[in-house]
Design a protein around this ligand. Sequence first.
Ligand code: PMP
Length: 419
Amino acid sequence: MTNSEELWKEANKLFAGGVNSPVRAAVKPFPFFVERGKGAIIYTVEGKRLIDYVLGYGPLILGHSPDSVKEKLIKQLDKGWLFGTPSELEIELARKITSHIPSAQKVRFVNSGTEATMNAIRLARGYTKRSKILKFNGNYHGSHDYVLIEAGSAATEYSIPTSDGIPVEIIKTVEVCEFNDLDCVNSKLKKEDVAGVIVEPIMGNSGVILPEKEFLKGLRELTRTYNSLLIFDEVITGFRVSIGGAQTLYQIYPDITTLGKIIGGGLPIGAIAGKADIIDNFTPSGKVFNAGTFNANPLSMAAGIATIEELEKGYPYNIANKAAKAIVEELENIIKVKHTINHISSMFQIFFGVDNIKNYSDVKKANREYYMRLHELLLREGVFIPPSQYETIFTSASHDNDIVNETLYKFKKVISELM
Ligand code: PMP
């Protein structure tokens, strides 16, 4: 018989820490292994039913295996899945991206958010002929050397915000400010020749943290003043907080946007988008090298197109946003201890023991043990929220009223136990 405990023992013989991506190991006493998912529900190999608020860490805005995406994938499987040539699908997906993301005129497809930010940074350096980068404390931009410096997400969960193995020479090229601190940005840009400022316009990797009113506007103005490029990392927020991402919501337009997650409909993807004269610096038209065997692979393109076609109908945002709002409002009623919930659209996070979270240092003051206890109790009751304070709780178009009501019933039960 296969069960998660036995699989976990096998996995530990084969993988570092038993997993292939660290936060998966944060589920205690051992991770559950998933057999299948449909809509808002996943089933473990033991057949346990869980309402899913992790959603693959963000891509699954329609929920698990939606028919629309599945049908398009099956059609593509019939035709083949890798040609090493251009295909019409990449034009279709790029047209969707450029029509919805205001600052995107041209696109380069890659295979992950990590590749997207790595190439965006190289592009900013190549374009400006400068080498320094400015990032923000607790922002996470993937797992490459340029950005694993004061990083959020699993890098913080495992207490290695700056990873071992990154040459000091690279660390020295990265300046770090606190999110929402424009004075710091101003002084760094004044002092150094910075190629680009990379930011999650809404932080989703130290829990959820919203930009203060003038922050993004200030970043736009300062980067213009100092001839630095502004890079919005919209790997989470792109096509989630609105169909045009955070830039549409706040009407602040970066020079380069990195995308991932939702635009691949649950298959591996990343993209660097921006003004034509910047993107044209990529090979072969320019001298900033990028290439990839799997770039613009037909399956990711097909799943991305099918997902965005659904998003264009509007209903996924209505349902997902309504679900998050209903849950957050009810949690505000039932949580009686000091806490903060940061929320926007279909993403939120709960922080205990604090009453204002505006940057990473604030998050570090939250009672993380309390959050983890909430995660454990909810899991026991059949609700899966991220096993880390430094991740985002997501809702999807499959989180309808029944799912929300069931979730709230379970929340009420465990919150009284938690108190
Ligand atoms: N940027 C952001 C904002 C992310 O949230 C993530 C992943 N959570 C990445 C980049 C890296 O994406 P990937 O895991 O696809 O490499």
